[in-house]
Structure formats: structure tokens, C-alpha cells
Design a protein around this ligand. Structure first.
Ligand SMILES: [Zn+2]
Length: 503
């Protein structure tokens, strides 16, 4: 009776779980195979979390232990040969190394017998297929992810701030849901952003209210809100119930983003308008994009001689001033800063404190926002066409679908280029609401009312404060604007005699 063959078992599981057969199941079926053939198992070796495509067998701890086995070895049992290698050359090298010490590979699921020429040829063929399969895995993973997202499910990853992953009540997997502790914060953030509040003022509000951003391991200063973290929350497509996918959004057959109404806290057109407001704020000159607070009257106070903007300055290290910095200016006005910063808000509150604020919204919506969404989708689609790896056929199809939708949605009537929103709040109320801590927000409020404050020459010492030196140039309501008139008419009966246009 011949001695029983001595065999080792080898199992591998990849980091990408393209196969769902666990290490234990691989080993279990290998053990059964050994038992059925009357072989003696002399050891088991495992490579867990190791990709066969990226790590050659000879570079794996488990496989090296197989080769280093001391004593007689007749065969190594694997569940399938792709557990050993996904490249033909890798497989042949591994086989060669085993042969050198008199052992062959046996696969449970693949009929491999490396001792005959037929078995050898068949093994090579199988490993060719395994290699082809590996090449398509990344494509299949992407496709699977898209399918999961299209089904309205989560495909892993952190949910956006204000949302959480919950078990899908209607089937397998996870879906997005509101995080009850945070969703109202996101609503408030979005409302403030849509109303034109700066990222800076929103982050200040969150900090003041003690709202904790979500911890991000390893990020510097991660427990504070910044412009960037506020903006990231606001720009999440989840706010409108939409899902990002590979730099685009998950779209329906008509090319428009798919919207999950159950998680949306704003309509697509409201989101579009809020993003336009955020974008507008980033344009140079529109408002501060940094965390550094400007002086309250920066951008407003101008030299009465040369009309250029005046900046904060110190005089003899003593008086803080606004001063003309134009070298060519003949008079270079200066004025005491503290007194001017008290005087100007007082004058504005006196003049306009009880007037209703009307905000112009920088982007137009048709009534339900559909046309805007379509136009936006068309622009996104044409932009996507210029990318190097663009799927042109799919994009052209989408473009055609969108253009069909657009001609259906068009009413023939020309849409206005801007619209106004009556906030229902007075200037004075808004001034108190933002508080004296938020200088940038108050500066924005003043800029909504004042074209400029011109500083005229004073008598005597020249830079001392005198209210008569500050000439306030008001921004007027464009009462001739039909759309403004319309907004006011629909705002209610209590329209005051004078209207303040903000923003
Ligand atoms: Zn000047």
C-alpha cells in the first residue's frame, strides 16, 4: 500500500471581493478533497486580503510559506486556480516552483492535474480566462456600483452631512435617509446660503451654536467649521435628492438627474439657485472669499477726492482710520474709523431700518424649474463630451433626449433674467438677526443699501470725524423694474412706501 500523499492547502481572498467564497469555505472544500482521496493534510496556508492581480504568488506570505514547507510535499490543493494566480505567467512560475520540489497543483473546482500534458494545457487555458476576467473586474465593479445607485441604494461610503445610511425597507442593501439630529441644520444652512449669507457667516453661526462638524481622522483643525466644510455640505447633490456618480449625477432616460423625493430637502431648481449664489460669491470683488474679516465699511467708503476705495490704516499708531491709499491722489482723505463705523449704520437704520428687504435672485427659474434643469443638464452633457474617456454615443443620446425635453418644456414666452424675492423681513430686523459679531454679514447688508460713502475734506485737522464729511450715496429701488413691481404685488398688501433692494 503506497504512502498517502502529503498535501498542503492554500486559500486566498482578495481585497476586492470579486469572489464571495470565504477563506474558510475554500479550505473546507480543499479538506474534503484531500479526505476523499485519502491524502494527508500537512498544513494550511492563507493569504487574506491579497489581490492576485497585484501581488505575485512569490510575494505573498502565505504562498511563500507553502514553498518553504519542510519535508515531503506531493501536492498543493487550492479551491480554484485563480486563488493562486490570475496571470498566466504567475501561474506557470508558481507551478514551476512547486515542480522543482516534486509537487503539483490540484484545484478543487477546476479539473487540474499538472502531471499530464493535457492537464497542463488545460490549466494554462483556464488561467488565460482568469486573466481576462481580472481585466474586466474593475469595469464590472463600476457597473455594479452604478446599478446599485440607480436602484436608489447606497454603494458604500460616508453619507453626506445631515444624512445617514439606513437599511433599505423595500429590499436589499442600504438607502439614504435624513439624520434626524442634523437635517434641520442643513435646512437652515441652505436657507441662509440661498438668502446670500456668506460661507464665512454660516460657519460662524455653526461655531457659535456649538454644532460639531463630523470628525475626519487626520484632518487638520477638523473640529471646526470652515468655508470649505460649509460649502461641501451645501454642494452635496443629496440636498436635492440626487446622487453623484463618477463626476456626474445618476440620470434617467431623459438625461435629467434622478431625484429621490424622500430625502430631498430642496427642489433641483432651488439647489441650482443656491449654487449660483455660492458661485456668484466666489467671483472676485463680490465678497470676501477668505476667513479674514474685512472692515465693516470696506468696499463702501471712498475718497471724496479721487473716488478710490479707502482702507483701514493707523495714524501715528494711535487712531484707527480709513484712508485713501492712492499715491496720485492730491488730497488723500482719511477719517476716524470707529466714529464712521458707528455713524454709517445709524444713518442707514434711521433711513431704511423699517423697510422690507427685497432680494434679487441671481438665476432665473421657470415656474417649476424644469427648463433650468434641462439647460443645466445640456451644459453638463456637452462638457462631459470633451473629456478624454467620454462615452460619446451615450452622451449624444442623452443630449438628444434633453433637447426633446427642452422643446416640450418651452412655452415660447421669454423668461425674465432675474427675479426678486421679498423676504418679509425689514432691514432693521435683519441687521439685528446677523448680530454685531458677524461683521461680514453686516457689511453685506450695508452694501445692499449704499452705493458708497464719500469722505469729503474736513476743516482743521483734516482726519477727525465729522458727520458732515460722510456723504451717503444710496442704492435706490429700481421701481421701474416690472419684475420687482410684480414681486411686491404678490408679496401682500402691506407693501411699504419705500422698498430696499438687497444683495
Ligand atoms: Zn484719494
Amino acid at each position: 500500500m503506497p504512502l498517502p500523499k502529503k498535501v498542503l492547502l492554500y486559500a486566498r481572498l482578495s481585497v476586492t471581493t470579486e469572489e464571495s467564497v470565504s477563506i474558510e469555505r475554500q479550505l473546507e472544500s480543499a479538506r474534503k478533497t484531500a479526505e476523499a482521496r485519502g491524502w494527508e493534510v500537512v498544513g494550511e496556508h492563507v493569504d487574506d486580503g491579497v489581490s492576485a492581480s497585484r501581488v505575485k504568488p512569490e510575494d505573498r506570505v502565505g504562498w511563500r510559506a507553502v514553498l518553504a514547507h519542510e519535508g515531503r510535499l506531493d501536492a498543493v490543493i487550492v479551491w480554484k486556480i485563480d486563488r493562486l494566480a490570475r496571470r498566466v505567467l504567475d501561474f506557470l512560475h508558481a507551478d514551476e516552483a512547486l515542480q522543482a520540489r516534486g509537487a503539483g497543483i490540484v484545484a478543487v473546482e477546476d479539473p487540474i492535474d499538472m502531471t499530464t500534458p493535457q492537464g497542463r494545457a488545460f490549466a494554462v487555458m483556464l488561467s488565460v480566462f482568469a486573466e481576462l476576467e481580472a481585466a474586466t473586474i474593475s469595469a464590472r465593479v463600476t457597473a455594479a456600483r452604478e446599478a446599485i445607485l440607480r436602484a436608489g441604494r447606497r454603494a458604500g461610503g460616508r453619507p453626506p452631512f445631515g444624512f445617514m445610511n439606513v437599511e433599505n425597507p423595500a429590499g436589499p442593501g442600504m438607502v439614504l435617509a435624513h439624520d434626524p439630529e442634523r437635517i434641520d441644520l442643513v435646512r437652515e444652512m441652505a436657507a441662509r446660503a440661498a438668502a446670500g449669507d456668506s460661507l464665512y457667516s454660516i460657519s460662524r453661526w455653526l461655531e457659535t451654536d456649538g454644532v460639531a462638524p463630523r470628525a475626519r481622522v487626520g484632518k487638520v483643525d477638523a473640529d471646526h467649521w470652515h468655508d470649505a466644510s460649509v460649502e461641501a455640505v451645501l454642494r452635496s447633490p443629496a440636498l436635492a435628492g440626487m446622487t453623484a456618480f463618477r463626476g456626474d449625477l445618476i440620470r434617467g432616460g431623459d438625461g435629467l438627474p434622478v431625484v429621490d423625493e424622500s430625502v430631498a430637502i430642496m427642489s433641483p431648481s432651488e439647489r441650482r439657485q443656491m449654487l449660483a449664489t455660492l458661485d456668484a460669491a466666489k467671483r472676485p470683488g463680490s465678497r470676501s472669499t477668505s476667513n479674514k474679516e474685512p472692515a465693516l465699511l470696506y468696499g463702501i467708503v471712498r475718497c471724496g477726492s479721487c473716488d478710490s476705495l479707502m482702507y483701514r490704516a493707523t495714524a501715528a499708531g494711535k487712531y484707527r482710520q480709513y484712508r485713501c491709499q492712492q499715491k496720485a491722489c492730491t488730497q488723500r482723505m482719511g477719517i476716524a474709523r470707529d466714529a464712521l463705523e458707528r455713524h454709517v449704520p445709524e444713518a442707514v437704520l434711521r433711513e431704511r431700518g423699517d423697510k422690507l428687504l427685497v432680494k434679487s435672485v441671481p438665476i432665473v427659474g421657470d415656474d417649476d424649474g424644469t427648463l433650468v434643469e434641462i439647460e443645466h443638464a445640456i451644459r453638463e452633457t456637452t462638457e462631459a463630451m470633451t473629456k478624454e474617456d467620454a462615452d460619446l454615443v451615450a452622451l449624444v443620446e442623452r443630449l438628444q433626449a434633453l433637447k426633446r425635453r427642452r422643446s416640450e418644456a418651452r412655452t415660447g414666452e421669454d423668461r425674465p433674467q432675474a427675479q426678486y424675492r421679498v423676504s418679509g423681513q425689514t432691514f432693521g430686523h435683519e441687521w439685528m438677526r446677523v448680530g454685531d459679531e458677524d461683521i461680514e454679514a453686516r457689511r453685506q447688508l450695508l452694501m445692499g443699501q449704499l452705493e458708497a460713502v464719500r469722505i469729503m475734506p474736513g476743516g482743521g485737522r483734516g482726519r477727525a470725524f465729522d458727520a458732515s464729511r460722510a456723504v451717503l450715496v444710496w442704492k435706490g429701488a429700481s421701481a421701474s423694474d416690472e419684475r420687482l413691481t410684480h414681486a411686491l404685488q404678490s408679496a401682500a398688501s402691506k407693501v411699504p412706501e419705500f422698498i430696499v433692494v438687497g444683495h
